[in-house]
Design a protein around this ligand. Structure first.
Ligand SMILES: *Cc1c(COP(=O)(O)O)cnc(C)c1O
Length: 485
């Protein structure tokens, strides 16, 4: 800091650095201070302690087990951060001309190639910055496709499953489509009879995740695809659950026409709390002309951003997309190399191991092999001991485990949705199993203990409705620092 300052002073004296001394504008006398401001006077070490103690209260995947179903909170290897911090990537300016950003463009092009292979679809845009934005982009592609065929007015409805993630109906509505829901059978598959009754010439498409949000692979997917294609509609694959199938099965082969990926879930990247994410979209060949602009393309040995795309839906994200996310996901893929399917195989194995070990202690929502996640139900515990899914989630915090996703999907009462991911070692899974068994025992022997949990956290049970409706947002720093008085 000092050195730079001295250097610039010296430079300025030598006349090489322009001076930034601008005239100070007059503050009107009526607005000027008459006394100095009351700023807190604090020692630096007290400030450091304050922020360190706040940081210590954070929970992340680096702190402990984080089995948050549907969110795929996998560990982000440290090597990813080294790669993304390489000066050639980190110092690149977003307005850099293509010929000065060949390495970055090549990485993006290769990422498109790998993603295309993973989906089994030929064309990919990297632009969308989240799964939900990928959904909206995909639906806008559907709109452009049907408008181009003169069916834009006619096709006004998108069908989703009753287990769909909340972003699905939201995206459908934002894209201006009507929403229709299809039921799920006892086995967790789409109800084909209900589906046949609802698909017609007004249907633009299906939006589905497979495996579903209950962690099950739809056994009737080929037939589902036929029903939509026979009616001239398209199939959209919500790829947030792709972590279960990479290298083993491809949405394109299942019959899907448009796919989004959640780079931050499937291919590692610290995420949560609103960002950062990546939601690329892949499409079949006849949808390629509508993809957002610009597209990363390769001409011989040269890579460039192609902006000459007359049928494109336009830009959906600033510049070429969330570049740091691309680098981390690319690094994660390359670390697996040709063995990328081992990622999904381990994720599915880990989930089934937990399911097998826990199904005697907890009610299982669907008793069949799961994919990368599974859903337990606290319905029986609630009936017998008055213990709910929320109580179990709060008690897990006392044992240093992040609560799983609860009360979702809505079709399972008292749902606890658990996703261990492939990044956890067996010892950690065994520790979690033992904690879950202990909690099941506590529910029977001392339900009050669970209802009062968490007992060991800085904040206890919150009134979450009140906290959301009447948040008290204030800066409490000065009040917390001991004054010694
Ligand atoms: C996470 C998730 C989404 C939304 O992805 P974001 O990146 O959070 O916008 C959509 N569908 C499913 C099934 C998900 O799990």
């Amino acid at each position: 800091m000092e050195l730079i300052y001295e250097k610039s002073q010296a430079g300025r004296r030598a006349g090489r650095v322009p001076s930034y001394d601008l005239p100070v504008p007059e503050v009107p006398a009526a607005l000027a201070r008459t006394s100095p401001p009351r700023l807190p006077e604090l020692a630096e070490n007290e400030i450091v302690r304050h922020f360190t103690s706040l940081a210590d209260r954070n929970f992340g995947i680096d702190t402990g087990f984080y089995p948050l179903g549907s969110c795929t909170m996998k560990y982000n290897p440290r090597v990813n951060e080294r790669v993304v911090a390489l000066p050639g990537f980190a110092n690149l300016h977003p307005h850099q001309e293509d010929d000065g950003a060949q390495g970055a463009l090549e990485l993006m092009w290769e990422l498109q190639e790998i993603l295309s292979e993973v989906a089994g679809l030929p064309a990919v845009t990297l632009q969308p910055a989240a799964g939900s934005q990928g959904e909206l982009t995909g639906l806008m592609l559907m709109r452009a496709y049907f408008a181009d065929r003169g069916e834009g007015e006619q096709r006004d409805t998108i069908i989703t499953a009753d287990t769909a993630h909340g972003t699905n109906p939201a995206s459908v509505t934002m894209a201006g489509y009507k929403l229709e829901k299809v039921a799920t059978t006892e086995r967790g598959n789409l109800d084909l009879d209900d589906l046949r009754a609802k698909v017609n010439e007004r249907t633009a498409g299906l939006m589905l995740t497979n495996p579903s949000t209950v962690g099950l692979f739809d056994e009737g997917i080929a037939e589902v695809a036929d029903i939509f294609h026979e009616n001239g509609a398209l199939l959209y694959y919500d790829g947030a659950n792709l972590n279960a199938v990479v290298g083993r099965s491809r949405p394109g082969d299942m019959g899907f026409d448009i796919v989004h990926y959640n780079l931050h879930k499937t291919f590692s990247q610290p995420h949560g709390g609103g960002g950062p994410g990546g939601g690329p979209v892949a499409v079949r060949a006849d949808l390629e002309p509508f993809l957002p602009s610009p597209q990363v393309v390769r001409d011989g040995d040269v890579f460039r951003l192609d902006r000459d795309r007359p049928k494109s839906i336009g830009r959906v994200r600033g510049f070429a997309g969330p570049f740091g996310v691309f680098v981390r996901s690319y690094a994660y893929m390359r670390a697996y190399g040709p063995d990328l399917q081992a990622m999904s195989e381990t994720a599915v194995l880990n989930a089934n191991y937990l399911l097998a070990e826990l199904k005697d202690d907890y009610e299982v929502a669907y008793d069949r092999l799961c994919m990368h996640e599974f859903v337990l139900s606290a319905r029986a515990l609630k009936k017998e001991y008055g213990v709910t899914a929320l109580d179990i989630a709060k008690r897990l915090m006392d044992y240093g485990v992040h609560p799983p996703t609860i009360y979702f999907p809505l079709v399972v009462p008292e749902a606890l949705m658990i996703e261990p991911t492939e990044t956890e070692p067996k010892e950690r899974l065994d520790a979690f199993i033992s904690v879950m068994k202990t909690i099941a025992r506590e529910a029977a022997e001392n339900p009050e203990l669970l209802k009062g949990a968490p007992h060991s956290r800085p904040v206890r049970r919150l009134d979450e409705v009140k906290a959301a409706k009447e948040p008290i947002v204030k800066h409490a720093f000065a009040e917390r620092v001991p004054t010694g008085a």
